[in-house]
Design a protein around this ligand. Structure first.
Ligand code: FES
Length: 141
């Protein structure tokens, strides 16, 4: 192989956190990676605007599993706004980086979380688009 993974990536790949499903999840997101076809599914439990539990299943490469695992750790116990603002870059930084050819793998987790939050809003009867837009705008001040 022409690249190596950081110790943190190897740790999260070998011992992924928060793997599984949540019954009666408040939001479920499933996304496919347009570059390789790998799939990630994420389940959220939300109480009072806080992500109280999160589980994931990833049918993908080691980098996808490690980034999914780290992303769930980064949003667990955090507010919805916090989770919406999580970027694949932040996940990669938390893992001490990814080899350039594996950067696309980290996009899965960010997109799956956003998709699960969008599902949550839909279940609440709220149109998710304006809310996502509002949060992004309010972030730019
Ligand atoms: Fe598909 Fe990494 S190669 S997510």
């Amino acid at each position: 192989m022409g690249f190596t993974y950081s110790e943190k990536v190897m740790d999260h790949f070998a011992n992924p956190r928060n793997v599984g499903e949540i019954e009666n999840a408040d939001g479920i997101g499933e996304v496919g990676n347009s570059k390789c076809g790998d799939i990630m599914k994420i389940y959220l439990k939300i109480d009072d605007n806080t992500i109280t539990d999160v589980k994931f299943k990833t049918f993908g490469c080691g980098a996808a599993i490690a980034t999914s695992s780290m992303a769930t750790e980064l949003i667990k116990g955090k507010s919805i706004d916090n989770a919406l603002n999580l970027t694949n870059k932040a996940v990669m930084e938390a893992l001490d980086g990814l080899p350039p050819v594996k950067v696309h793998c980290s996009v899965l987790a960010e997109e799956a979380i956003k998709s699960a939050l969008s599902d949550y809003y839909k279940k609440q009867g709220v149109d998710p688009e304006p809310i996502v837009g509002k949060i992004e705008d309010s972030d730019k001040h």
